[in-house]
Design a protein around this ligand. Structure first.
Ligand code: GDP
Ligand code: MG
Length: 300
């Protein structure tokens, strides 16, 4: 499957509601109103929707827009908003150290599994560190992904201090000559302060071994939580030194517009999106493909 068709399939739940508005209709006032409501339902955010709708009204004034033209126009407008956050995650340093953070259940471990397979396929020597030591199951889950992706797995004792697991993992990864190290963390939001303290401690330990690391800090957000993803991004934004976003579970939600809301509010690069639970279900973020998928244009 091409990138475009994978995104189109992944965003179907969202695009259905949006493209339904256009079926057999011209772009009159009633259609515009329904489109407004449909876009609001995607969690794109009211300010963004207002902006897009104002532009669309102006562009279509006095013209007979067909449904396909209106959809193409809409996809283009969404794509323009997303283009500023569309950027690949460069693996420039060697080793490149990537810290993966986010609330429990958002898809951190799964994303690391998918990423390690992707970079392994590019010829990198990949290592993963299981620093979510709070739950034994979390360590086991990462071990399974590492085995599936055939990458090197590093862990410590159950209930070991996460920072110490990161330290010994990074030392071993250096000895083993890993090019890329992905660090899995716990995301218990017991209190925000505790979590942020734990993450700062991990960062300090990383810097003892690699002074300029982590080279990327990826915040993993679950799209099915809609507006809550925005609140989480805000909670992590100030304290955690995020360099990029991964937005997961887009296949399971009609609220894929939250990606646009995140782009508008935080201007953080979106590197990857998750559209399923399988090894191949992590896609590089592409503004144009995403916008086409969200609107449901056939242009793809
Ligand atoms: N449908 C779907 N499920 C996902 C995606 N990413 C993760 N998951 C599922 O979400 C659940 C939690 O993922 P996990 O990686 O354990 O989250 P963590 O607690 O942040 O490490 C698992 O059942 C994953 O299979 C995705 O892109 N799409
Ligand atoms: Mg996990």
């Amino acid at each position: 499957m091409s990138l475009f068709s994978k995104i189109t399939a992944g965003l179907r739940k969202t695009s259905q509601a949006v493209s339904e508005v256009f079926i057999g209709r011209t772009l009159d006032a009633a259609t515009l109103e329904d489109l407004h409501d449909a876009l609001i339902m995607t969690d794109m955010g009211s300010a963004t929707v207002r902006d897009v709708m104002t532009q669309l009204e102006e562009a279509s004034r006095g013209k007979a827009f067909s449904d396909d033209q209106a959809k193409a126009w809409l996809a283009e407008a969404v794509s323009r908003k997303l283009s500023k956050v569309s950027s690949t995650m460069e693996v420039a340093q060697n080793p490149c150290i990537v810290l993966v953070i986010g609330v429990n259940g958002n898809g951190k471990t799964t994303t690391i599994g998918k990423l390690s397979a992707r970079f392994k396929a590019q010829g990198k020597h990949v290592g993963v560190i299981a620093a979510d030591t709070f739950r034994a199951a979390a360590v086991e889950q990462l071990a399974q992904w590492a085995a599936r992706a055939q990458v090197t797995f590093y862990s410590g004792d159950t209930n070991a201090d996460p920072a110490s697991v990161v330290f010994s993992g990074l030392e071993k990864a250096r000895e083993d000559g890993c090019d890329l190290v992905l660090i899995d963390t716990a995301g218990r939001l017991h209190t925000k302060q505790n979590l942020m303290d734990e993450l700062s401690k991990i960062r300090r330990v990383i810097q003892k071994i690699h002074a300029d690391a982590p080279h990327h800090t990826l915040l993993v957000l679950d799209a099915t939580t809609g507006q809550n993803a925005l609140a989480q991004a805000k909670a992590f934004y100030d304290a955690a030194g995020i360099t990029g976003l991964v937005i997961t579970k887009l296949d399971g939600t009609a609220k894929a517009g939250v990606v646009v809301a995140l782009a508008e509010q935080f201007s953080l690069p979106v590197h990857f999106i998750g559209v399923g639970e399988g090894l191949d279900d992590l896609l590089s973020f592409d503004a144009q493909a995403f916008a086409a998928g969200l609107v449901g244009t056939d242009a793809a």
